[in-house]
Design a protein around this ligand. Sequence first.
Ligand SMILES: [Zn+2]
Length: 120
Amino acid sequence: MVKCEKSPIPPESLAIEKQKGRNGSYKKPDVVEQLAKDFSNKCYICELKDISDPQVEHLVPHHNGRDIDDMFDWDNLFFSCPHCNGLKNKQEYEGKIIDCCKDDPEVHLHCLYDKGNVSI
Ligand SMILES: [Zn+2]
């Protein structure tokens, strides 16, 4: 995970789709294309590049559309591979993933060197 700069202006479809509530889509082509561009076409968690089936991932879960604001919030949308999106959806990770658009992940990494072993 590396620090990313997301474009400050949300793609147009997000506001339109939000009006449809839970039936709206947060993954229209303009959203996916802007996320791919902002994240250099890499999964924000594992940094896999040129993902064949990219996912629009929610940093804060929208709980199947019950949290409409989180579902369509541009600041909450991230570009990920299906593997990481699937893993991150486990409740044990909720609230524990670094927002790499606001926070530099490098600051959170601590390396320990001990007798030839490296721990991160
Ligand atoms: Zn990934």
